[in-house]
Design a protein around this ligand. Structure first.
Ligand SMILES: CC(C)(COP(=O)(O)OP(=O)(O)OC[C@H]1O[C@@H](n2cnc3c(N)ncnc32)[C@H](O)[C@@H]1OP(=O)(O)O)[C@@H](O)C(=O)NCCC(=O)NCCS
Length: 248
């Protein structure tokens, strides 16, 4: 049943927009010293969210056509597509904006952050709940695709370009395609097939075996002609550690 759009709804939307502005200032180092007007004018992710807050309020009151028009206009301006029915909690921040898609039945808890190019999408033509649900304090890295009615536990971090098609445990870090937890509660995951980022690289193994055979053949050749050949240098293909890539 259609309800009246009242002062209560307006107050709620204004307080949501305020908390989104605070989230931008809190989580984007470039916005730390920017004023509210500057952020509203210059941060596409914040503009998209502002449009969504209004579109969602109108959608909840069963206003026809207008919510979709607002979402369409917002997409044209910001490159962020949020369905008016998507439920988004407070303190939400979309960094850089462009390319983000948030589907109709997606639900996002408080204090989440999405980077550019994130999709919270469905897997096919199923009806009903078909988009992801994110708990509180979830961070989703740029280009990550979260598909289907999966649950992402509170405090989870999804690495850039990860493809997630299964539920994600709370306070875990999930990376890769398909996405798998590599950290849970700050600790490396243990057990068979869990340390998949360190599985041996078959191409590197084949090259290493070839180098060993060449060294052996050169040593044997040297026995015949007395010439010493240079030692082959084998560089590690994948460094064991590096700086954290988290953050904008
Ligand atoms: C996943 C992420 C949040 C880091 O989370 P974290 O809990 O601090 O995890 P770590 O940095 O300890 O990484 C855990 C492991 O996953 C690997 N990893 C991290 N991010 C990865 C990614 N996107 N894809 C594949 N592997 C990744 C790390 O190399 C590390 O491997 P190790 O076990 O061999 O050391 C971060 O790497 C990331 O992707 N952030 C998104 C940032 C982003 O999108 N920025 C856009 C700015 S414009």
């Amino acid at each position: 049943m259609r309800q009246m759009l009242g002062l209560g709804t307006a107050k709620r939307v204004i307080s949501e927009v305020r908390s989104d502005l605070a989230a931008a200032r809190d989580r984007d180092p470039a916005a730390r010293t920017a004023g509210s007007i500057e952020i509203l004018l210059g941060w596409a992710g914040v503009q998209a969210l502002l449009a969504h807050r209004f579109a969602h309020a109108l959608h909840e009151h069963e206003v026809p056509v207008l919510p979709n028009l607002i979402a369409y206009g917002s997409r044209a301006v910001t490159g962020v597509e949020i369905h008016p029915a998507a439920k988004i909690g407070g303190d939400f921040f979309i960094d850089h904006g462009s390319g983000v898609v948030i589907g109709e039945t997606a639900e996002i808890g408080c204090c989440c952050t999405l980077y550019q190019g994130v999709t919270l999408g469905g897997t096919g033509f199923a009806r009903g709940k078909r988009h992801p649900t994110l708990g509180e304090y979830v961070t989703v890295g740029s280009g990550a695709k979260l598909l289907g009615p999966i649950m992402v536990g509170a405090g989870a971090k999804i690495g850039a370009n990860t493809v997630v098609i299964k539920d994600v445990p709370e306070n875990s870090t999930v990376v890769g395609n398909p996405g798998r937890p590599v950290r849970v509660e700050g600790r490396k995951v243990s057990g068979p097939d869990s340390d998949w980022t360190h599985l041996s690289d078959p191409v590197a193994d084949a090259l290493q075996a070839m180098v060993e055979r060449i060294v052996e053949l050169e040593a044997r050749l040297a026995e015949f002609d007395g010439k010493q050949r240079g030692v082959a240098i084998v560089r590690e293909l994948r460094p064991g550690s590096g700086p954290s890539s988290a953050g904008g």
